[in-house]
Design a protein. Structure first.
Length: 211
C-alpha cells in the first residue's frame, strides 16, 4: 500500500492534529497484510473513527479505489479539515464527519471499521479537557475509556461480513478486550505486533465470520 502524500501538512498542523507515528504506520502494515482478505469481502462502506491526519483512510482509499465509499470521523474539528485536505492531495474521496465515534450512523452498514484510539493511560478528566490534540492520546483508565465505548457499539455498526481493526498496547489489557469481543460472538486475530519506544503495539482484527 502506498503511504499517502502528506507534504501539505506543516508543523503548525501537527500542533493541533496527531502526527502519524509508529501506531499509525503499524495500522497501515496491518491493512496491507490483510489487503487480499479485505478485497475478497468486497467492502462497500469503510469508516475510520478518529482519522487524525487522514493517513490511514486515505491509504486504504488509494489501495481499493472507487469500489467502495470511504467515511471518516473525528472529534477534533482541526483533524476533520486536515483529513479532507489529505484526501484531496491524494486524489481520493472521503466523507468527513466531525462526530463522537460513529454515533450518528445507521446500524450494521460498515464492512470495514478502523480505529487507532487514544490508548495512553491518563486521568479520566484529561479526556475531556478539550476537543483538541489531547484527544489523540488521552485514554483514561487503562487507556481504555474510549476503546470500551467502541467495543460496546461496534457489533451494531459492522455488517455480517465486516472486519474491525483496532490498535492496542499492553496497558489496555488486550486479552480482556478479546474476551469482551468473544462474548459478543466475534472471532479475533492479532494481525501484527511491534515493540517501539516502550510501547508493545498489537493490532487485532475482529469479525463475526471466521476467515
Ligand atoms: C491516536 S490518534 C490516531 C489518528 C490517526 N488515525 C492515525 O492513526 O494517525 C486518535 C484520533 O482519534 C480522535 N478521537 C478521540 N476520541 C474520539 C471520539 N470520541 N470520536 C471521534 N474521534 C476521536 C482524536 O482526535 C485523534 O485524531
Amino acid at each position: 500500500m502506498d503511504t499517502p502524500n502528506l507534504s501539505h501538512l506543516t508543523l503548525k498542523d501537527y500542533e493541533q492534529v496527531y502526527e502519524p507515528a509508529e501506531d499509525s504506520f503499524l495500522m497501515l502494515d496491518a491493512l496491507e497484510l490483510d489487503l487480499t482478505l479485505i478485497r475478497n469481502i468486497k467492502p462497500l462502506l469503510i469508516i475510520e473513527i478518529g482519522s487524525g491526519s487522514g493517513i490511514t483512510i486515505t491509504a486504504l482509499a488509494k489501495a481499493l479505489g472507487h469500489t467502495a465509499q470511504y467515511f471518516a470521523t473525528d472529534i477534533n474539528p482541526y483533524a476533520c479539515d486536515v483529513t479532507i485536505k489529505t484526501s484531496i492531495q491524494n486524489n481520493t474521496q472521503i466523507e468527513m464527519f466531525e462526530m463522537d465515534l460513529f454515533t450518528n450512523f445507521r446500524s450494521n452498514i460498515f464492512d470495514i471499521i478502523i480505529f487507532n484510539p487514544p490508548y495512553v493511560v491518563t486521568e479520566s478528566s484529561e479526556i475531556f479537557l478539550s476537543n483538541g490534540i489531547e484527544r489523540s492520546w488521552a485514554g483514561g483508565s487503562k487507556g481504555r475509556e474510549i476503546t470500551d465505548r467502541v467495543l460496546l457499539q461496534v457489533k451494531n455498526m459492522l455488517s455480517d461480513k465486516g472486519l474491525f481493526y483496532l490498535v492496542t498496547i499492553e496497558e489496555n489489557d488486550p486479552n480482556d478486550i478479546c474476551n469482551i469481543m468473544k462474548k459478543q460472538g466475534f472471532y479475533f486475530e492479532m494481525v501484527i505486533e511491534r515493540k517501539v519506544r516502550g510501547e508493545h503495539l498489537k493490532i487485532f482484527r475482529f469479525s463475526l465470520q471466521k476467515f
